[in-house]
Design a binder for this molecule. Structure first.
Ligand code: ZN
Length: 428
């Protein structure tokens, strides 16, 4: 209801209408029934107003007490918009045990236990439906508990969600702003995490090192970043890559398993430093023929950066154990910022490097101006495992676009049977 109060008591009004002046968009015409009550005009809309309604009210021939003339007035009426969803914590890769947080642009009035306000549904495909039946499942609806606090809704499923489960979250119109204006219906599709998380171990300072593993195929690929902690754009690149794989997890080519490690040197990442917490350059700590405690980096001699012995560091042991467990057809190790693709000089690696260089535009196999000892790539070569070292062009940009194309090329080639590679003999 609209209540129009004048500075003097109103005695009569001819009519009150709504109109849309030219150029008012959006604008809605709503019929009003006007009466005079206690010296003010009350106009009752013939349908309920909704958030975002806007119109002009024209009041014809208002007579006020003590004045014989009459006047016509116009006012703009704008119904404030209801709460709008700004962001949510739910996305592809949602952790199954985590609650979902929906943030609105304004404070909410507490919903009074209306369950239909929040609906979480498992989206079942044909295969899921069969499984659900076998388990005696109750179908699509996932029971949730909801807490409203300020501008946020906290939604927690009261039963455990499965992994790689497609979900739809729908919010009804019963959430209202503090003034009582309703939100519009809103919904979002998302999915719980499809990647398996492999714990690879912990860093010197106890930080967890993990791999995100996608797919179940026999042909395996490893991507990792951040072996040098100050090259944090490689970690960002790996995160972007795993988010993309997560979003496409259900349509990845069959026959391939992809492991992605965001950072193999989490202590260095936090400290923004090349070395791990014991000042060891992890890419000089692998057991190669040329491993040495004293190392060189860009013509600087470092007496202890190779580590006390090969594999003295938990981070390099974690990577070694992952390689032994996964047995990847190809490992891709990311650095910055030398702008190149380097093969570890096995024939198969040379072919993959060519493909990667062509697709990404990074130059192929530039020689480093200094000797590298105990490196991951050399350790792989000595074991007959193809590996690429990819150096991004800059220190601070993830360069995802150009790498993404090359990464997909590699995935597709590997999935297609790895025709471009020859089988490498692997020592146990
Ligand atoms: Zn590096």
């Amino acid at each position: 209801m609209l209540r129009l109060v004048f500075n003097r008591s109103v005695s009569s009004v001819q009519k009150v209408v709504t109109r849309c002046p030219p150029g008012w968009k959006p604008c809605s015409i709503i019929s009003l029934r006007a009466t005079v009550v206690d010296g003010a005009i009350q106009a009752v809309p013939q349908r309920s107003l909704t958030s975002g309604d806007r119109f002009q009210v024209e009041v014809f021939d208002v007579k006020v007490r003590g004045n014989s003339g009459s006047e016509t007035h116009r006012y703009e009426v704008r119904v404030p918009p209801g709460p709008k969803v700004l962001r949510t914590s739910s996305a592809y890769g949602h952790e199954p045990h985590r609650r979902m947080i929906v943030t609105f642009d304004q404070k909410l009035r507490r919903a009074h236990g209306r369950r239909d306000c929040v609906r979480l549904e498992a989206v079942l495909d044909a295969e899921d439906k069969d499984k659900d039946k076998d388990k005696g499942g109750t179908g699509k609806n996932v029971p949730v508990s909801v807490v409203t606090a300020g501008s946020k809704l906290y939604i927690k499923p009261t039963r455990l969600l499965g992994s790689c489960q497609e979900l739809q979250l729908t919010l009804g119109t019963c959430h209202t702003s503090a003034a009582g204006w309703p939100a519009r219906e809103w919904s979002k599709r998302f999915r719980t995490r499809c990647a398996r998380l492999w714990n690879l171990g912990r860093s010197v300072e106890g930080r967890r090192i993990r791999a995100h593993v996608f797919g179940n195929g026999a042909r395996k690929l490893l991507f990792f970043g951040g072996i040098h902690g100050d090259e944090y754009n490689t970690t960002r690149l790996m995160k972007n890559w795993s988010y993309l794989l997560e979003a496409r997890a259900r349509s990845l080519p069959k026959g391939v398993t992809i492991a992605v490690v965001h950072s193999i040197n989490p202590d260095g990442l936090v400290a923004k430093r090349r070395y791990n917490a014991r000042w060891v350059d992890l890419n000089r700590n692998f057991l190669t023929k040329n491993w040495s405690q004293a190392t060189t980096w860009q013509h600087r001699k470092l007496s202890n950066a190779g580590g006390a012995r090969a594999f003295s560091e938990p981070e390099t042991r974690a990577l070694r154990d992952l390689i032994n467990r996964l047995k990847p057809m190809l490992s891709l190790s990311y650095h910055s910022a030398g702008r190149m693709v380097q093969s570890n000089q096995l024939p198969a690696a040379d072919r993959w490097a060519k493909l990667y260089a062509r697709s990404s535009g990074y130059p192929l196999n530039k020689q480093l101006p200094y000797a590298v000892t105990g490196s991951f790539a050399d350790w792989c070569r000595e074991r007959g495992l193809p590996a690429l070292t990819i150096e991004l062009s800059f220190k601070h940009i993830a360069e995802f676009k150009r790498n993404q194309t090359a990464m997909w090329q590699i995935v597709k080639q590997v999935a297609g049977g790895g025709r471009r590679t020859t089988k490498q003999k692997r020592r146990p």
